[in-house]
Design a protein around this ligand. Structure first.
Ligand SMILES: Nc1ncnc2c1ncn2[C@@H]1O[C@H](COP(=O)(O)OP(=O)(O)O)[C@@H](O)[C@H]1O
Ligand SMILES: Cc1ncc(COP(=O)(O)OP(=O)(O)O)c(N)n1
Length: 271
């Protein structure tokens, strides 16, 4: 069994962040571990507060894992402060971490700043070059590139710009497009589009977290980037199709493994 690490924030209600990542790792038959960067006060209706974990404790958590356990894949999610980003980048470089998936989380769907705006340049300078795959949604790709993105052609231009910043592969997510939920992968040579019809549901809490951790789990299992992203897209589509009406607001994705069996993608996920 492969061991996969998430470095991210905690979401009280279990739909996004560390909790979504660990559920995704388990559903993929991998062993999940976590380095917590921040604790949010959050439910399906919004984010109401946040306590950042000190850089010293973040460095200690990363050392604790790498000094003891082989790590085959890493997902990085919420990193709210400049010092948090430096701590993570320094330690991942020191431990020669591989298969790093960076989800550049910035603002929650409810509008809360999960990354302080002044940390953007540090994220670009320190984390994007470490990324084997970086997975911005449209608003995040706009902040990173400074360009307007609203269709496949501007998604491709943005992917090329972010690739030039040092990421080995760029996946621009199309969840915020008006029509279908089409994502676009650029591996430095070719463009691949991953299409799904837009599922009519309000329950999309944690979609980005789920997708990026599914990619990390599949890379850890030895899949190529193209395979990992395709399987992750199939996984998130089923997780949204069966998303849960939990709470009074935006409900979470569903990780119950039997769904993947029924949807016919269990063979791919369990390998
Ligand atoms: N309503 C939807 N129907 C189908 N797929 C969706 C829907 N919303 C998001 N997705 C997919 O979920 C994944 C996460 O995308 P997105 O929601 O844009 O990320 P984030 O949570 O970071 O904003 C992408 O593969 C996207 O295409
Ligand atoms: C602790 C924490 N990390 C990340 C997010 C963002 O989750 P995401 O899937 O990108 O989108 P929303 O769930 O915010 O719609 C989060 N909310 N909390």
């Amino acid at each position: 069994m492969k061991h996969v690490l998430t470095i991210a924030g905690s979401d009280t209600c279990g739909g996004a962040g560390i909790q979504a990542d660990l559920k995704t790792f388990s559903a993929h038959g991998t062993y999940g571990m976590s380095v917590i960067t921040a604790v949010t006060v959050q439910n399906t209706q919004g984010v109401f507060g946040c306590q950042d974990i000190s850089p010293e404790i973040i460095r200690g958590q990363i050392d604790a894992i790498y000094s003891d356990i082989k790590v085959s894949g890493v997902k990085i999610g919420m990193v709210s402060q400049i010092e948090t980003i430096h701590a993570i980048a320094d330690k991942l470089e020191e431990h020669h971490a591989t298969n790093i998936v960076v989800d550049p989380v910035m603002i929650s769907k409810s509008g809360f700043d999960l990354m302080q705006p002044d940390a953007k340049d540090t994220l670009i300078r320190r984390l994007i070059p470490l990324a084997y795959v970086v997975t911005p949604n449209l608003p995040e790709a706009e902040v990173i590139t400074g360009m307007k993105i609203n269709d496949l052609s501007s998604m491709e231009e943005a992917a090329r710009k972010i690739f030039a910043m040092g990421a080995k592969n760029v996946l621009i997510k199309g969840g915020h497009l008006e029509d279908d939920a089409t994502d676009l992968l650029f591996d430095g040579e070719k463009i691949i589009t991953l299409h799904s019809d837009r599922i009519a549901t309000k329950n999309t809490h944690g979609t980005g977290c789920t997708l990026s951790s599914a990619i990390a789990a599949n890379l850890a299992k030895g899949k190529s980037v193209e395979e990992a992203v395709c399987i992750a897209k199939a996984y998130i589509t089923v997780a949204i199709e069966h998303s849960l009406s939990i709470g009074k607001g935006v409900g979470p994705t569903n990780h119950f493994y039997e769904l993947y069996n029924k949807a016919g993608i269990w063979e791919e996920i369990k390998d």
